[in-house]
Design a protein around this ligand. Structure first.
Ligand code: BG6
Length: 325
């Protein structure tokens, strides 16, 4: 319904964990590509401190399982407070992105984007994270078309590059499966890992760190690369690997210069990047194909997921059933 999309002036997204990271990539796209002010909230925070009500707002709930209590409660609370407000401009407009249509969220929300990635066996979501990203690309493209935030040419270029990705990413999975397995040997005794990314890849740094923590119980933290010098840099020495996502585009040089700052502290630098001028700085390069910067998270997440998987497997851990989750 074009009218529905046309009327939306701002977006709030509610999610937890990995779904929150997909939502952050989504928020970047919805703001920067589709031109709509967007905020992402941890569901557990939103429940107790929701933002002041704003008109013509789309609320998006993101949950792989469709059952996360905080996400359901935050979404229901938002629907209720908008209904109670009783002003048509403030009425709830809700979409849920889930991989389980037969779930609580699927029963409660009528506008569903079905991620359709098949059952996620592992507690630590991987393929459904990718599917959530694709859902956001779909939404961002639709909004961009309706709001005319980008030219038809630019939008069509993105769509055509997106549709050409599957064989490229398939090859990437195969290559990095082998690379990560080898690298995992050197990583099994590591205590801390820092992940850096900027712009659209900042949430991917967060997700890389979360995956490593969840399944291999190694302490990891993700930062926007430009923030590293404002504190986290104090952690660095040669025992702390720094994994830096440096994809071609607007912030490439910036990320490389942040990597240089880490190198000056003797950190072991791993680059997630296509090989190019500037990437010699990395002690180890996990090579990416060159793809459009807007689409780069779809590639950069793959080596990070595989690396976590192989480190956990190398440590003899059950990757599907992490403790405490
Ligand atoms: C946590 C899981 O409990 O829930 C995370 O450990 C997951 O891996 C988070 O990302 C959110 O889950 P969901 O199903 O709402 O996306």
């Amino acid at each position: 319904d074009t009218n529905f999309f046309e009327s939306i002036e701002r977006i709030e997204i509610i999610a937890c964990g990995t779904s929150k990271h997909a939502a952050m990539v989504g928020s970047f796209l919805l703001e920067q590509f589709s031109g709509i002010p967007t905020h992402v909230f941890y569901a557990s925070e939103f429940r107790y401190s929701p933002p002041p009500l704003a008109p013509n707002t789309l609320t998006i709930g993101v949950t792989q399982s469709g059952e996360t209590a905080d996400t359901l409660a935050a979404l229901n609370m938002e629907i209720k407070r908008r209904e109670q407000f009783g002003n048509d401009l403030y009425k709830p407009n809700v979409i849920a992105i889930t991989n389980r249509v037969e779930s609580s969220i699927g029963r409660q929300i009528s506008n569903i984007i079905d991620v359709s990635a098949g059952i996620e066996i592992g507690v630590a979501a991987t393929k459904t994270f990718f599917g959530q990203l694709l859902s956001f690309y779909g939404l961002a493209i639709t909004f961009a078309q309706i709001k005319k935030s980008k030219s038809t040419q630019e939008i069509n270029k993105l769509i055509s590059e997106l549709t050409s990705l599957p064989p490229i990413l398939k090859e990437l999975v195969n290559t990095h499966n082998a690379i990560s397995e080898k690298l995992a040997h050197d990583f099994s005794d590591i205590k801390d890992v820092i992940f850096l990314g900027r712009g659209i890849n900042y949430p991917i740094a967060l997700e890389g760190a979360l995956k490593l923590k969840e399944i291999s119980y190694i302490h990891a933290a993700g930062y926007p690369a430009g923030e590293m010098k404002h504190g986290p840099i104090a952690l660095l020495d040669k025992k702390v690997p720094v994994i830096s996502i440096a994809t071609p585009g607007k912030v490439f040089e910036k990320v490389i210069s942040n990597a240089q700052e880490a190198k000056a502290r003797d950190a072991f630098l791993i680059g997630i990047s296509p090989k190019s001028d500037g990437t010699e700085i990395f002690d180890y390069l996990m090579p990416l194909p060159v793809i459009d910067e807007w689409l780069s998270p779809l590639a950069s997440i793959i080596p990070l997921q595989l690396l976590s998987y192989h480190i956990a497997a190398h440590r003899g851990l059950d990757v599907d059933q992490p403790r405490n989750l």
